[in-house]
Design a protein around this ligand. Sequence first.
Ligand code: ADP
Ligand code: MG
Length: 398
Amino acid sequence: MSTSDSKETAQRIGQLREKFVKIYGHHPEGIWRAPGRVNLIGEHTDYNLGYVLPFAIDKNALVAVRRKSQLEPDAKVLDFASTFGHGETPAITSVELDELVPGAVPGWAAYPAAVLWVLNQLEGLELTGLELLVDSDVPVGSGLSSSHALEVGTIVALNDLYNLGLAETDMARLTQRAENEFVGAPTGIMDQSASLMSHAGHALFLDCRSMESEAVPLPLIEQEAVVLVIDTKVEHSHVDGGYAARRDSCEQAAAALGVASLREVSNVAELEALEDPVVRRRAKHIVTENQRVLDTVRVLRDGDLKAVGQLLCQSHESMRDDYEISSQELDAAVEAAMAAGAIGARMTGGGFGGSAIALISVQQIAHVSQAVETAFERAGYVRPAIFTVIADEGAGKA
Ligand code: ADP
Ligand code: MG
């Protein structure tokens, strides 16, 4: 089952349409849906041109759009609004299409504006102004990629409306450029690819160098297992320094080893040539994590969830000790989930806060959730948000 058809999404679509009319005085031309994602395994490997294995989740951004006609007085103005935190009357951020330059759009509207900016540079495309309204239930700053849901929802809408014929891989690269150059977050290609290319019931095995991908079945329903998300409510931010610093270390390692990217290193022994122990540890995470993605795909094909669980735990240790992107809350979530009988658990997403995932049996949802909540309460951490997710279908017309 994909939530693209779910009752809840259908209800949100109806409400979004009404709200659009209320705010803009017109009907939208259409509504598009772009999901957030959970990364099963393969963290920080994308910008090292390695492997990732995310899946789209049943939380999504709905993006309603109407293009303006040349006859309207503000034909060249882009209007952005979001239902997020605004109750009945979302504020509108307006930007002149011709004045779109990096840094020109403050706040959240930079994400959809970034997509317009990148499309505006495509040869032979005459964009007009537009009205856009977003409604997203992807938690913000939780490492589930609410920002990419926004960008992907915008690009699939414009791809359809302007008949651009962009392939999913084109849209992934364009949104990456939008986020890197316009928003200023040096993120990789995984998040938008997951939102664009995932299939219900499957994880997306993506080679970030060739952009070849394959849908790998997740044998969760058959084995009465489920993925639990533990949102620590500690917000991470990619615009901050930690993510960029990790990226730098990887580039340094690749340069010192004389390879184009760490993807080209498959043996940890090769890393002994690296003099700086910190850079060596960072590189070790990437090299071992790439191998863990390949191993996870293999054991998933065998239906061996226990082996998947072990790889998730190894991945967490690697991020905690070698890549150093975990946090005390994320570690506590993983430890408590494992102690309560989870099959495997790890932090997911960029790190420095955000969410952890636990692979658990369906019978253990309440037990594991309770155990994590208790551990957080005892440690004096903010109460986490805990929920299960379904592997949903990638972005498209709602
Ligand atoms: P993540 O993508 O992991 O959720 P980011 O820091 O990359 O975290 O992106 C979060 C940002 O995305 C928010 O600060 C906001 O600017 C934007 N955003 C996400 N969802 C919405 C929404 N529904 N409405 C407006 N802005 C949003
Ligand atoms: Mg993001």
